[in-house]
Design a protein around this ligand. Sequence first.
Ligand code: PLP
Length: 218
Amino acid sequence: MNIKQNLEHLHKRISQSCELSGRDPGSIEILPVTKSKNVDLIKQLQALGFKKFGENYIQEIEKKFPLLPSVDWIAIGHLQTNKSALATRLCHTILSLDSMRLAKSLDKESQRIKKDLTVWIQVDLWEQSPMKGCLRDEVESIMDFVRETPNLCFGGLMILPPIGDSKAFSDSHNFRLEIEQKMQKKVLLSMGMSEDLELAVMSGTDQLRVGSALLGAR
Ligand SMILES: *Cc1c(COP(=O)(O)O)cnc(C)c1O
C-alpha cells in the first residue's frame, strides 16, 4: 500500500467535489482515522504532515500514546462516562460529545487536571441510535453548558448521516445553518468518511474523517 498515492487520490476526489460546489479545497480538513492501524503507518502519515489522528477506542489511544508522543489524539467514537478521566488525560479533542452527562464529566476532569479540551457535539438527527449522538433538541443546552465551563472549548458539530443518503446530508447542512443562526456565529461541521466524502463536501463539511481511503481496509 502506498499512503502517498492514497493521499493524492483523496485530494483529487476532494478537489473535484469542491469544483462542483464552488468551494476551496484548502478549507477542508482531512482527519486521518487510524483505528486498528499500527504505529508505523501513523508515522508515515506524520511524515506527510499530519499531526492529529482520530481513534474510536480510548484503550487503543492509551496503547499508542507512549509510542507517539507528538500526536494530538482525537476521540471519535462513543465515549462512556467512566472513560472521561482517561480521555481527558490522553486526548486533545473529543469529537463525540453526545450527552449532558458526558459534558459534565469531561468538565470535572478537565478542571481536576487543569487541561483544556476541545469538544465537538455529535448529533443524531435521524435518531438512529444513542451511540450515534445526542438528540437535535439537546444540542443547544450542551453548547450553553460547554460555554460556561473554564476548560472545555466548543469545536463544532459532528454528524454521521446514513451512508449515501443525500437527503440526510442536506438535513445536516440545514441543521448546521439553524445552529449558526441561533448562535450568530460560524459553527464547524465534521461530516463525511471514505465512502461518502463527495456528498459531505457538497453539503458544506469542514472536516472529513478518513480511514480506509488513506490506510486501506480494516
Ligand atoms: C471509522 C470511522 C471513520 C472512518 O471511516 P472510513 O470509512 O474508514 O473512512 C470516520 N468516522 C468515524 C466516527 C468512524 O468510526
